[in-house]
Structures are given as structure tokens and as C-alpha cells.
Design a protein around this ligand. Structure first.
Ligand code: ADP
Ligand code: MG
Length: 169
């Protein structure tokens, strides 16, 4: 498998937003790690240098607070692995689900490629280690400043059902 080096991902930081859709019901929530799925339109607009794997960055639901996040970009089994999926775990405890709301994300950096796991425990441990790495990296000044980006100052409205892609704003 060919994996890109972090430095090759010229599209980072990458900003996008879209309406949260239902995923494949793989039970991420039961593992304590719910992942909010982006619609196909957002996934299809990803630049070619954004490889599959695990990313970290910032996320905001509608006009709420900005939280740290980890995102998995992987091959979507529903489309026989010909299409990618983007699943964001927001590092925050929400009172309620936010299906249908607008998720805005700034992808700041890359953690690792996708990989297989021998057991569920091993998978959960890897995700927890990804979350710790995301938290640490996002405290670096170059990543902290993304929180202040104009991208997050735009007020989004669910009534517009906007899933317009925004990068470079
Ligand atoms: P699905 O297969 O529909 O994506 P999940 O078990 O992955 O189901 O749960 C994802 C949903 O959980 C999200 O769409 C969102 O509405 C909700 N949710 C609650 N808390 C979070 C969180 N911290 N990060 C991501 N999604 C969350
Ligand atoms: Mg999910």
C-alpha cells in the first residue's frame, strides 16, 4: 500500500461542512465513539491528495462551540469500497444526537493510515490513542490558530440545508 507522507498533503488544512447523515450503523456509539457521517457530496469533493486514514482537527455543530475532533476517511462498504466515507468523532459529550445538523470541520493534520485490527479491544485502544494524539497536536500554535479562522465565524443555518464545500473560504 502506498501512503502519503504528512508533508505531501498540500490540501491541509482542509475546511468543509455538510449535513450529518446516518452512517452504516456499525455500532460506533455502542463502543463509546460515535462518528458523524458526511454526505456523499462532501466526500466526493475531497482533493485527491487527501488519502484514506485518520486525521485530527476542529469541529463545530451548527453554530455551537468549536471542539477537537478525529476523523476517519475510509472506503465505504456500502458502495463495495469504490467510494470513500468521512466519519468525524467530535471530542465532546453531546446531550443529544445531531443528525440533520450542519457539521463544519477544519482538518489540520494526519495521524496514520487505515489498518486492520485483530480484535475489538485493539481497535478501541487505537482510537483512544488517536484521540490523545489529536488533543496534543491541536494544542500546537499552528493548529490552535485554525480555531480562529473565518470559516468558523460564518453563521450556518440548517434551513438552508447547505452542504456547500468550502476551502480557502
Ligand atoms: P451512524 O452509523 O448513524 O453514523 P454512530 O453510532 O456512528 O451512527 O453515531 C453517530 C451519531 O451520533 C452522529 O451522527 C451524531 O448525531 C451523534 N453523536 C453524538 N455525540 C457525538 C460525538 N461526540 N461525535 C460524533 N457524533 C456524535
Ligand atoms: Mg458513524
Amino acid at each position: 500500500m502506498i501512503t502519503l507522507q504528512r508533508t505531501d498533503m498540500r490540501s491541509l488544512p482542509y475546511f468543509c461542512r455538510g449535513q450529518v447523515v446516518r452512517g452504516f450503523g456499525r455500532g460506533s456509539k455502542e463502543l463509546g465513539i460515535p462518528t458523524a457521517n458526511f454526505p456523499e457530496s462532501v466526500v466526493d469533493s475531497l482533493p485527491a491528495d487527501i488519502n484514506t486514514g485518520i486525521y485530527y482537527g476542529w469541529a463545530r455543530v451548527d453554530n455551537g462551540d468549536i471542539h477537537k475532533m478525529v476523523m476517519s476517511i475510509g472506503w465505504n462498504p456500502y458502495y463495495k469500497n469504490t467510494k470513500k466515507s468521512m466519519e468525524t468523532h467530535v471530542i465532546h459529550t453531546f446531550k443529544e444526537d445531531f443528525y440533520g445538523q450542519i457539521l463544519s470541520v477544519a482538518m489540520a493534520g494526519y495521524i496514520r493510515p487505515e489498518r486492520g485490527f485483530k480484535s475489538l479491544d485493539e481497535l478501541i485502544a487505537a482510537i483512544h490513542s488517536d484521540i490523545e494524539e489529536a488533543k496534543r497536536n491541536l494544542d500546537l500554535p499552528e493548529h490552535l490558530k485554525l480555531k480562529e479562522d473565518n470559516f468558523f465565524k460564518t453563521s450556518v443555518s440548517t434551513t438552508t440545508r447547505s452542504d456547500k464545500i468550502m476551502n480557502g473560504h
